[in-house]
Design a binder for this molecule. Structure first.
Ligand code: FES
Length: 323
């Protein structure tokens, strides 16, 4: 089982040192420490939190994996429904400005021992998947094979096409050219049964992936969500006890555990507040959480060892947390 409790990730100032156009409405952004000091290793699937000068914090997957890089590179698509993150990055953030970065954190790890790796990406979901391909290509030839199924509405929106072009195991689908969305069930029907499957893309693609892989072993399925797949549990009506401090809080309807603890002056780490980043993961000592996150696997949720307190409720009257 993946261990999802993380040591505190570093938080530091970083300067935007470059912006590059990679597809329509998609740019890459490169950030380095102002003193040029090396950064923590980049693993495929890892993301960083970027706190922007406009007060918003967003999670972005890293590309270019490797040890102690001198920069972090993320790809950002301008989202027409942007709540201010991607719009600010595209319209206002300028080279030379500084942001605050926390991380990296990895909820979407690549299993490098897999005999075959099947990667499925939709739209800007290609970012962590491209990072996985970069890493898989660094592995010895004798390591497992991989294939990519990458779907976008149009060719113009597809990032990293030039980088993907030399790889014959890349299959592209453009909805406006093929007249159909990617048929994930058909892809999996011809896949080796021991393959590891990775999917990152818009919510309908992830739902199709989850449906098509329902009978696959959980340890071979890997999904990354960028929007919450479930609404938070805000029914309230239970008590949260903090074991370390001995404090107790009543969680009222309409509030998350995280909000109540924050209002009560408890120092807890958090970022997305949507159950997708993993920053607020907290160890459970007793009680049964009502999980609503998109980070823990079903087995991890069933084990009830940890909980994402930004979105979870409680099935028991009392939830005792290791805080
Ligand atoms: S703050 Fe991101 S999962 Fe809770």
């Amino acid at each position: 089982m993946t261990e999802h409790i993380h040591s505190a990730e570093p938080t530091f100032e970083a300067r935007l040192i470059g912006i590059r156009y990679v597809a329509r409405d998609v740019n890459t952004y490169e950030f380095a420490r102002p003193d040029g000091a090396p950064l923590q290793d980049v693993e495929p699937g890892a993301h960083i939190d970027i706190a922007l000068p406009n007060g918003l914090t967003r999670q972005y997957s890293l590309i270019s994996p490797g040890p102690m890089p001198d920069r972090y590179i993320v790809a950002v698509k301008r989202d027409p429904q942007s709540r201010g993150g991607s719009r600010f990055m595209h319209s206002e953030l300028r080279v030379g400005q500084t942001v605050t970065i926390t991380g990296p954190r990895n909820n979407f790890k690549l299993d490098e021992r897999a005999g075959h790796t099947i990667l499925i990406a939709g739209g800007i979901g290609i970012t962590p998947i491209w990072c996985m391909i970069e890493r898989l290509e660094q592995l010895p030839q004798a390591s497992g094979s991989w294939s990519l199924h990458y779907s976008c509405r149009t060719r113009a929106e597809a990032a990293f096409l030039a980088e993907l072009a030399p790889h014959p195991q890349v299959r592209l689908n453009f909805d406006d050219e093929s007249g159909q969305v990617l048929d994930i069930a058909a892809i999996l029907a011809t896949s080796p049964s021991d393959a590891h499957l990775y999917c990152c893309g818009p919510a309908p693609m992830l739902a199709a992936f989850e449906a098509a892989t329902a009978s696959w072993p959980a340890e071979q399925k890997h999904v990354e969500y960028f929007t919450a797949k479930q609404a938070p549990a805000l029914e309230g009506g239970f008590v949260v006890e903090l074991k370390q401090s001995g404090k107790e809080f009543i969680i009222p309807p309409g509030k998350s555990i995280l909000e109540v603890l924050r209002d009560g002056g408890v120092d807890v780490s958090y970022s997305c507040e949507q159950g997708i980043c993993g920053a607020c993961e907290t160890r459970v000592i007793s009680g049964v959480p009502e999980h609503r996150d998109s980070v823990l696997t079903p087995a991890e949720q069933a084990a009830n060892n940890t909980v994402m307190i930004c979105c979870a409720g409680s099935k028991t009257d009392r939830l005792v947390l290791d805080l």
